[in-house]
Write a protein that binds this ligand. Sequence first.
Ligand code: 0O2
Length: 221
Amino acid sequence: VPIHQLKKIKTEMTRFLMTYQFAIDEMTTKIEILQQEFHYMNDYNPIEHVNSRLKTPESMLKKLYRKDLPVSIDSMRANIKDIAGIRVTCSFISDIYEISRMLQNQRDVKVCEVKDYIENPKPTGYQSLHLLVEVPVFMSDRTESVPIEIQIRTIAMDFWASLEHKIFYKYDRDVPERLKRELKEAAVSAAALDHKMEKLHNEMKEIKSQDDDEDEMLELF
Ligand code: 0O2
């Protein structure tokens, strides 16, 4: 390929990826605002951390080859919906649904798909709530509707997914049956821990609201 053509591809690719980075920046701000408001209203922080990533051109090419799809920027745009990815790690399962509900309620967020792998875990044991949304990105000469994949999960789900991801790639996608079985067991234990923590959290909320009522009564006298 002649050098001037390579330069043109590089410029196009950079411009293409830029819109996804802007979408990530917009969505990250939205999540930060919700986080601060939620903290103020509920007196605890529902979000442990937020990570984001742009898929690398290499990983996009791999995905296109793997799925036997045409290799071009248009094909990336049409076929890869997780070029922009945001991962929100929450403390409790109820926070996941609350954050998801608040995001879906925003007027400029178009919800394209919701995959609830908490209600229906993947055969591997994987759990998370996935939202595929589109947000408008306003640029000097155009407005683009840009897709983002948002994965919302608890700390336990995140812990499990990062280890499973490492094992999956270590074995080049061909994980031995024994490890698969053990990973599935670990996913069930992680889910049990999440439910136990949720129960304790609810009990704490109950006690706190009783204490608050008592304090208010005392203030009246
Ligand atoms: P990476 O490296 O995290 O980006 P598709 O996205 O079309 O290939 P699918 O199954 O329709 O496939 O999408 P889905 O279910 O929304 O899952 C996409 C992403 O969720 C994956 O991205 C992972 O990040 C995560 N995920 C899904 N299943 C598993 C699993 O079993 N284990 C772990 N650890 N993560 C999972 P990528 O592009 O596969 O990988």
